[in-house]
Design a binder for this molecule. Structure first.
Ligand code: IMP
Ligand code: MG
Length: 183
């Protein structure tokens, strides 16, 4: 998918493929350093984190395992409520494991705050978070995030795994959606 393929649907490109790749290199170098000699379990949050998981994990230079969870936050409308339902749980026993949650974006922080507590309660030794994007101005709860790709303004973005109505996940860059698409 190229920018010209969705030019009518977006206001503009926020982060290019090159910018994402450069930042992923840096994040993976930090993770490689921090988990040297430790076990590591990456937990990707479906579906948005598929691209980050694939690209970040390939750059990490320590042995690791991968598992996946799917969760839904319900509440009124499209906003996260902090009440989280597990749609697909992990296959892995977390007792004594070093878990690194891999996310696409942190908006209110409510989902990840719940998830971090949930995974810790299963006996994990550590539960850290890596996210490609974060919207600091949307934060409703303080989440301790170890690895952040980019802090972005509180605008609705698509691409690189992020969807609007299940579309645009295969866009290889991050873009701001044009208002006519969702109005
Ligand atoms: P929260 O941090 O609990 O508010 O929820 C974060 C989740 O909301 C993410 O995992 C995304 O699935 C979704 N989300 C938040 N902001 C955006 C956006 O700008 N574009 C697409 N999905 C988003
Ligand atoms: Mg998500």
């Amino acid at each position: 998918m190229l920018e010209s393929d969705i030019a009518d649907d977006i206001v503009g490109v926020m982060l290019t493929e090159e910018q994402l790749a450069t930042r992923l290199d840096e994040m993976a170098a930090d993770i490689t350093r921090d988990y040297q000699g430790k076990d590591l379990l990456l937990v990707g949050i479906l579906k948005g984190a598929i691209m980050v998981m694939a690209d970040l994990s390939r750059r990490i230079r320590v042995p690791l395992e991968m598992d996946w969870m799917a969760v839904s936050s319900y509440g009124s409308g499209t906003k996260s409520s902090g009440v989280v339902r597990i749609l697909k749980d992990l296959d892995t026993d977390l007792a004594g494991r070093n878990v690194l949650i891999v996310e696409d974006i942190i908006d209110s922080g409510l989902t990840l705050n719940w998830l971090q507590q949930n995974l810790l309660s299963r006996g994990a030794k550590s539960v850290e978070i890596a996210t490609m994007l974060r919207k600091p101005e949307s934060a409703k709860v303080d989440v301790d995030v170890r690895y952040v790709g980019f802090d972005i303004p509180p605008e609705f973005v698509i691409g690189y795994g992020l969807d609007y109505a299940e579309q645009y996940r295969n866009v290889p860059f991050i873009a701001t959606l044009a208002p006519h698409v969702y109005s």
